[in-house]
Design a protein around this ligand. Sequence first.
Ligand code: ZN
Length: 201
Amino acid sequence: MAEAGGGTAIDELIALMARLPGLGPRSARRAVLHLLARRAVAMAPLAAAMAEVAASARDCVVCGNLATADRCTICADPRRATGEICVVEGVADLWAMERAMVFGGRYHVLGGTLSALDGVGPDDLGIPRLLARVADEGVGEVILALGATVEGQTTAHYLAERLAGAGVRVSTLAQGVPVGGELDYLDDGTIGAALRARRPL
Ligand code: ZN
C-alpha cells in the first residue's frame, strides 16, 4: 500500500493513519510526508500529545463526557448551572452544543441509543446514573437533545417515561425549519415536524 518500500515503521504509520475517519491511503501518505518534513515542529508535538491523551483520557465519572481527570471540565466548573441536564447521545453532540455556546448547564452522555435489535438496554446507556443524578443534584429540567432518528426519539420517549415521576421538567429540542432554510428545499418530514412544533408569534 505504501510507497516507502513496504514493512517499515513508516508503512506501519501510514497504514494506521489510513484507518482514521476521513482519511484513506492517499491522504494518510500525504499526512505522513507532511509530518516527516516537519519532524520537530509538527510530528514530535503530535506524538507527545497523542501519548499523553492515550494515557490520561477517560470517561467523566459524573456525565460520561471525555475527560483527563475523574471529572470533566464542565462538571468541575462551579459556574455551570446544576439545575439543568442536557442529555446527548455522544460526546460529538456535547461538543456541538458547546460550540453553539447557548447552554450553561451540565450534560449527560448516553453513549448511544436504545436498540432492542443491537441488544442496547437502559443499563448500557447509563440511564440509572442519569436518574440518580436527577434525584441527587436538585435538577429542575432535563433537556433531551437526542437525534431526530427513530432510535433517538424512541430513547427520548423512554427517558420521558422514566422521568415522569421524578418531579422534573422534561423538554426536547424543537424540530423544524433550520436557521437560514427555505421551505422549498425541506423534505416532507421536516416540514411536518416544523408545523407540529409551531408556536405563537
Ligand atoms: Zn462531566
